[in-house]
Design a protein around this ligand. Structure first.
Ligand code: NOJ
Length: 540
């Protein structure tokens, strides 16, 4: 039996921003339940929900203060259960975001840990008499002084997100209990937050500095010895439950490191941020990643494909706002080899939101960036630029359902600003328009479901020529040729069997010329199906 996730397309929901069901301006389970039919119709198979546990929300839920409850902003445990049930009834799986690396400083465990040096939970976190030079990923030192016990504790992110000490077996056990609880509640797996951070080097040596990039090299605080062994234990534990899925967030630019985390007895898949957070569209870089992953991965490993998330600017905005390019990217994401993750709102082409009003900024990374810039002597204007560059609010604004009040997201005042131009890009506006972004995503998702080679096929070949990426995916049943012309010029492609090829989808036309040379229009994505046994593209 093929594992369900190998055939699935996931959709990330940023909890506070999808749909508010009770009018308090914050997305919740009731709201999401009311939109399950929309998601079903869109054609996704699995949902990744950002953290929904009680949290002071310094980092919007990535600072958990109770692993066994639902944050009241999102509803009750009963609302959660109804949501899972209703999703499952529609054949939609649900994976929960789990933060194993750190807890909120409000968590009872940390409160106990900091109460005294002798407390049995002292060693659940990382305490030292002196800090080293490690910096937090949000900026500033990664160590916070605690006057009561005259020691420093370690936090890789905000000081309110305290790193757990995974070298302590009690911590591991506590987290296995948490996983068990949610698996038994019916979640279909987990997205594991910053999972390559679970171990730090116990020598606590200073990190080196990259003079060129002017930043610290995180040599001793991630990807440390022992972390893979822990991951294997987590995988073994979770996979005891049939059909549960694990996707890991592994922030690493090195495919050689990334590949250590997934495959047999490890995580099912990991995210590849080299594709996911490309600062601007770069066809060669994209191709290198596709090919590099093919070369680095063994036959038990499957890539992931994503271009946006709650941690970065939306790809349509990052890549210049062009809808044709956004459609090409969507085509690649849903036809290339890998498990795709769509970020909510990308299916309608939602754009980034940027504010020059600091009081409207919600993201801890943006706010911290602003404060540190002021400390470095920058002016308010300069600091605001830094804040805007760092702030992840850009992609966290409410889902744009319609052009009525608060884009149909909430009857109350939304927790974050609704962008003014958001009223022009809505589900309601696109749902019946066959040319819309939404209709395009639906077509792609349908095609992927229908064609086994798009789910499982190997690359017969994968090429990059002159701004055009094209590949053939083949399984035992069929061959599908995907051609993506990322340039403003028409291109030609010599094909072998134009007469028997069927046009499955194009962003620019409805028919196909029956020649041995196919012209790919400027900025066009084309998907063609051919007979098994034939080559589709002329070998050169
Ligand atoms: C990764 C999450 O995606 C991000 O939103 C969060 O700030 C960090 N991990 C810390 O938990």
């Amino acid at each position: 039996m093929v594992k369900w996730w190998k055939q699935s397309t996931f959709y990330e929901i940023y909890m506070p921003s999808f749909k508010d069901g009770n009018g308090d301006g914050i997305g919740d389970f009731a709201g999401m339940t009311s939109k399950l039919d929309y998601l079903k119709e869109l054609g996704i198979d699995g949902l990744w929900l950002t953290p929904f546990y009680p949290s002071p929300k310094v980092d919007n839920g990535y600072d958990i203060s109770d692993y066994y409850e639902i944050d009241p902003d999102y509803g009750t445990m009963a609302d959660f259960e109804t949501f899972i049930q209703e999703a499952h009834q529609r054949g939609i799986k649900v994976i929960a975001d789990l933060v194993l690396n750190h807890t909120s400083s409000d968590h009872q465990w940390f409160q106990e840990s900091k109460s005294s040096k002798d407390h049995p939970k002292r060693d659940w976190y990382i305490w030292r008499d002196f800090p080293n030079n490690w910096v937090s990923f949000f900026g500033g030192p990664a160590w916070e002084y605690d006057a009561k016990t005259n020691q420093y504790y370690y936090h890789a992110f905000a000081k309110e997100q305290v790193d757990l000490n995974w070298a302590n077996p009690e911590v591991k056990q506590a987290m296995f209990d948490v996983m068990k609880f949610w698996l038994e509640k019916g979640v279909d797996g987990f997205r594991l937050d910053v999972i390559n951070f679970l171990k730090v080097n116990d020598s606590f040596q200073d990190n080196p500095y990259d003079l060129e990039k002017k930043e610290q090299i995180h040599l001793f605080d991630k990807d440390q010895e022992g972390v893979i062994a822990i991951i294997e234990e987590i995988a073994e534990f979770v996979h005891q439950y049939p059909d549960k899925f694990l996707v890991g967030e592994v922030g690493s630019e090195e495919l050689d490191i990334l590949k250590l985390y997934s495959g047999l007895n490890k995580l099912d898949v990991v995210f590849n941020f080299n594709i996911g957070s490309m600062a601007k569209f770069d066809v060669d870089k994209l191709y290198q990643q596709l090919v590099g992953t093919e070369q680095a991965y063994d036959s038990t490993q499957i890539p992931t494909l994503f271009f946006s998330s709650h941690d970065m600017s939306r790809h349509i905005s990052r890549f210049g706002g062009d809808e044709d390019l956004a459609k090409l990217v969507a085509t690649l994401m849903l036809t290339a080899k890998g498990v795709p993750f769509i970020y909510f709102g990308d299916e309608i082409g939602m754009r980034d939101w940027i504010t020059d009003d600091l009081s409207k900024m919600k993201d801890v990374q943006g706010i911290t960036g602003y404060k540190l810039a002021l400390q470095e002597g920058k002016s308010h204007e300069e600091a605001l630029l830094v804040a805007n560059e760092k702030s992840r609010d850009k992609s966290r604004t409410p889902m744009q359902w319609n052009a009525r009040a608060n884009v149909g997201f909430s009857e109350g005042k939304p927790w974050i600003t609704v962008p003014e131009d958001g009223y022009k890009v809505t589900v309601e506006d696109q749902i019946n328009d066959p040319e819309s972004m939404l209709s395009f995503y639906k077509k792609l998702l349908k095609l992927r479901k229908k064609h086994s080679s798009l789910q499982f096929g190997d690359y017969e070949f994968l090429r990059n020529e002159d701004g055009m990426i094209y590949f053939v995916r083949t399984d035992t049943v069929e061959k599908v040729l995907v051609v993506l012309n990322f340039t403003d010029q028409p291109k030609t492609l010599e094909v072998e069997v134009a007469a028997t090829m069927k046009l499955l989808l194009s962003t620019k036309r409805t028919g196909l010329d029956r020649e041995s040379v196919v012209t790919i229009l400027a900025n066009e994505a084309v998907i063609l199906k051919g007979d098994i046994g034939n080559g589709l593209v002329k070998e050169r």
